[in-house]
Design a protein around this ligand. Structure first.
Ligand code: NAD
Ligand code: ISE
Length: 337
């Protein structure tokens, strides 16, 4: 007997939403896309026609459709919390792209609603947890081979950003990934953050500090440094290294192979996050589907989403003040243990 496929609705079909539609429709098993919504209705309709789904006239219609079992939210961040709350009210699992919400208050509201529902329904799109390189680092640390973690170095370079991108968005849009990764790798919270803007690239808009160096500290005193450089031009480059008391574990420039021409050999690296983390996004969506099928989602949860926003907002204050900002540790509800 054929197994029932999980019927997925997708809200927001821009860059990553359209990619997630393609992943569910063509790249993973156990699910299919049945409904889409985007305020850009033509785009949603075109995508829906390509995969045999229905383009609906509101997000609520997708969430409450009898043909939708689970929802992916890939609209801009400001809509994440209201849409996630609606999914919880409908009792349906939801994969919400990062951030869970731009404010701590909205994240708190999601956590309260999810706990009241009595079921874990929310997963947040921190896909680096599904990246093979980061998983190796976590395994290497857990094995004890490198000893006690002392320093976590991170680099996050984007080729470019739109003019509307601000110094604060480097924290809430980009560094939020390192915040989650650091919490996940180290299994402890970030308690302090400072942001330094030194010599600036001539390639950034005049209102944007770029690059910036974010220096955080974990509960046990591990220093977490993040260079965020969103106009690096040459490609998309995310690297990470944990320096331990007996060694290090790292992930370097992603190697996409090489080409040889005219006596020169050229190594190829990713042009953007879509290429760099393609496998991780696929693994994330597959794991989300598998988790739901087996009972509940098991990736980054609402509490992880809250903690990431909590630290990112502290980093925003650090950008504005230039001072070190202390970050109170939030108590993890038993529901998320
Ligand atoms: P985008 O602008 O390309 O797409 C957003 C889409 O949402 C657009 O098609 C827009 O028309 C639609 N939209 C706007 N308001 C809406 C609403 N109220 N309801 C439904 N749809 C609406 O943006 P993007 O780059 O795809 O980013 C979307 C989200 O995904 C953001 O939260 C972003 O942070 C996140 N993101 C995550 C990653 C990652 O690595 N996990 C990468 C890129 C983007
Ligand atoms: C983008 O929104 C993402 O989430 C990417 O993963 C990140 O690398 C990039 O800096 C963000 O702008």
């Amino acid at each position: 007997m054929a197994t029932e496929l999980l019927r997925v609705g997708v809200i927001g079909t821009g860059n990553i939403g359209a990619d997630h539609v393609d992943r569910v429709a063509h790249q993973i098993s156990g699910a299919r896309v049945t409904a889409l919504f985007d305020v850009a209705t033509d785009r949603a309709k075109e995508l829906a026609d390509q995969i045999g789904a229905v383009a609906m006239s509101t997000a609520s219609n997708v969430i409450n459709s009898a043909d939708v079992d689970a929802i992916i939210i890939a609209s801009p961040g400001e809509y994440h919390a209201p849409l996630t709350l609606e999914c919880i009210s409908a009792g349906k699992p939801v994969l919400c792209e990062k951030p869970l919400a731009p404010t701590v208050e909205e994240c708190d509201a999601v956590i309260a609603a999810e706990q009241a529902s009595g079921r874990r329904l929310v997963q947040v799109g921190f896909m680096r947890r599904n990246d093979a390189g980061y998983r190796h680092m976590k395994d290497n640390l857990a094995s004890g081979a490198i000893g006690e973690p002392l320093i976590l170095h991170c680099e996050h370079r984007n080729p470019d950003v739109p003019d509307s991108f601000t110094s604060e968005m480097s924290m809430t849009d980009s560094v939020i990934h390192e915040i989650d990764t650091a919490r996940w790798l180290l299994s402890e919270e970030i308690v302090r953050v400072r942001v330094i803007a030194g010599k600036q690239t001539p390639n950034a808009a005049s209102h944007l500090n770029d690059p910036q160096l974010v220096i955080m500290e974990s509960q046990s005193g591990v220093i977490v440094s993040v260079e965020v450089f969103v106009n690096a031009r040459y490609g998309y480059d995310v690297r990470c290294e944990i320096v331990g008391s007996n060694g290090f574990t790292s992930l370097g420039v992603q190697d996409l192979g090489q080409y040889v021409s005219d006596t020169r050999r050229t190594a190829v690296m990713p042009a953007n996050w879509r290429i760099r983390f393609g496998d991780a996004y696929r693994a994330e969506i597959q794991d989300w589907v598998n988790g739901i099928t087996m009972g509940q989602p098991r990736g980054a949860n609402s509490f992880d989403g809250l903690c990431a926003t909590h630290v990112a907002q502290a980093a925003v204050r650090a950008v504005k003040s230039g001072a070190t900002v202390e970050i109170p540790v939030l108590e993890q509800p038993d529901f998320y243990r």
